[in-house]
Design a protein around this ligand. Structure first.
Ligand code: HEC
Length: 143
């Protein structure tokens, strides 16, 4: 009787072990299958809207009112409501890359150019081309 109990105990242990192994294996497969997709999303997708509202990126709301932002917004610069109707894709791109093309004395920072800037920090653009394309895509949707 004791033997049987022990046998079934060890069978039970083996089953538990197998379950654990299957679990570990499926976790590993899960990681291998999911991680490239997850990594890609994290890398590419900071949305245009996020780029415009986040202080680390464009922080356009420091000067502009824009759709979807509630509460106190700046009226230093014109509202961005309807800019997708007002300007072509190319013009919007120019505004964001370097607004000095439209107004040589503009107070809007050139987000995609370091041309003629007198910087104390090492010269680098504020937004990458890819980020600017995403911002422009969002601007275009505001019609
Ligand atoms: C420091 C303030 C400031 C910031 C930050 C800023 N802008 Fe501007 N922006 C301006 C000003 C001022 C104008 C008006 C043109 C001028 O006076 O030269 C303007 C004009 C524009 C225009 C043209 C609007 C129109 O109706 O003619 C667009 C489009 C624009 N900004 C987009 C952006 C985007 C996108 C960002 C963020 C990535 C941004 N701006 C950040 C100050 C700013």
């Amino acid at each position: 009787m004791k033997e049987i109990t022990q046998q079934s105990k060890s069978l039970n242990d083996t089953m538990q072990n197998m379950k654990l192994q299957i679990f570990t294996l499926s976790m590993l497969i899960g990681l291998v299958v999911l991680s490239p997709a997850a990594a890609q999303t994290a890398e590419v997708k900071t949305s245009g809207y996020e780029l415009m509202t986040n202080k680390q990126y464009g922080n356009c709301i420091a000067c502009h009112d824009m759709p979807g932002v509630q509460g106190l917004t700046s009226n230093f610069a014109p509202s961005l409501q309807g800019v997708g109707r007002k300007y072509s894709e190319k013009e919007l791109m120019q505004w964001v890359v370097d607004a000095r093309k439209f107004n040589a004395d503009t107070l809007m920072p050139p987000f995609g150019s370091t041309h003629d800037l007198k910087l104390t920090r090492p010269a680098r653009v504020i937004l990458s081309n890819e980020q600017i394309a995403q911002v422009v895509f969002t601007l275009q949707s505001w019609r």
